[in-house]
Design a protein around this ligand. Structure first.
Ligand code: PMP
Length: 317
């Protein structure tokens, strides 16, 4: 599958200015391009035809996570999380999007010179592009454990969405797809289940909803957090963060991925074995629906997760 390039005429935010995507370029010697010294984020914004409004999902928390994770590689993002939300809303307005959008903030070491040691020159961009379904999970996904291991916290912290760490995810995703799977499952160096290449993982077993803890080298996903809250509050489920053995994947009742892009993605086969009876499980289906309702503002108790972009407000010329 070949992805189409985004329209170069959309407006992006780059180093403090709004400009055309086609004009937002970097020097070929940029530090981050050579050494992976950037930190990115992924945020979804959902368009509501009914309300003629765009809703950013947990945007302030995404930006707070981004800012603190930038600190791991000593990149300073000057804007507050709230200001970054404002810039994102402005991007939605300037582009006049009337469909679901994916927002990609990126901060990076920007000095144009050779040498691994970074200096304090940082670049920053926020790009918003129309975005639909990421992994078609309507009928359930087939996931496979890959031979690559998840990056260790003491090598490259996986919790931080560091650009260079995504070589790990790219290798895993590529191996999984070439082997006929829809998505990869990473193990840690100690052999426990960590997460997917670009998503967290949950299992239903013995009446509990189980997911690996942050200390198993996962990214602390906001979708993961949303699903844990929905499971506890709306379904009264017991949610447990603990290490998961590989073989538990083969004997559990249900499995699913979570992530901004994948949302709640049911897994119906793992390593060529059916999960449960091989169809989408009841708990998974319910959580998937609850999440879909919450992101579209259909559950009052979770309205605070949504930030309207103010699409009715005129964009500056
Ligand atoms: N793990 C990895 C490696 C990811 O790239 C992502 C996507 N951000 C996730 C988990 C899910 O995180 P979130 O729910 O915050 O999007």
């Amino acid at each position: 599958m070949k992805a189409t390039d985004p329209n170069p005429d959309i407006t992006v935010y780059f180093n403090g200015r709004y400009m055309r995507l086609g004009d937002a370029n970097v020097n070929i010697l940029t530090h981050a391009l050579h050494y992976g010294t950037g930190v990115f984020e992924g945020i979804r914004a959902y368009w509501s035809d009914e309300q003629h409004e765009m809703f950013l999902f947990r945007a302030e928390e995404h930006y707070s996570r981004w800012k603190s994770n930038c600190g791991i590689i000593r990149i300073k993002v000057e804007e507050t999380a709230r200001e970054l939300c404002g810039i994102t809303a402005e991007l939605c307005r300037r582009n006049g999007f009337h469909e679901n959008v994916y927002v990609r903030p990126l901060a990076f070491k920007s000095a144009p010179r050779v040498g691994v040691q970074p200096d304090d020159r940082d670049g920053m961009a926020i790009i918003a592009i129309p975005f639909g379904v990421y992994l078609d999970s309507e009928k359930g996904l087939h996931a496979g454990v890959v031979s690559w291991r998840r990056v260790e916290d003491n090598a490259i912290p996986g919790r931080a969405k560091i650009c260079g760490a995504y070589v790990n995810s790219a290798l895993a995703g590529d191996e999984a797809r070439r082997n006929g799977f829809d998505e990869a499952i990473f193990l840690t160096e100690s052999g426990h289940v960590a997460e997917g290449a670009t998503c967290n993982i949950f299992m239903v077993r013995k009446g509990q909803l189980v997911t690996p803890p942050p200390s198993d080298n996962i990214l602390e996903g906001l979708t993961r957090d949303s699903v844990m809250q929905l499971a506890r509050r709306e379904m009264r489920l017991e949610v447990v963060e603990r290490s998961i053995d590989r073989s538990e994947l083969y004997v559990c009742d249900e499995l699913f991925f979570t992530g901004t892009a994948v949302e709640v993605g049911p897994i119906t086969q793992v390593d060529h074995r059916p999960v449960g009876d091989g169809t989408i499980g009841k708990t998974t289906a319910r959580l998937r629906q609850l999440y879909a309702d919450a992101v579209r503002g259909e559950i009052d108790a979770y309205q605070h997760w949504l930030l309207p972009a103010g699409m009715g407000v005129a964009a500056p010329a």
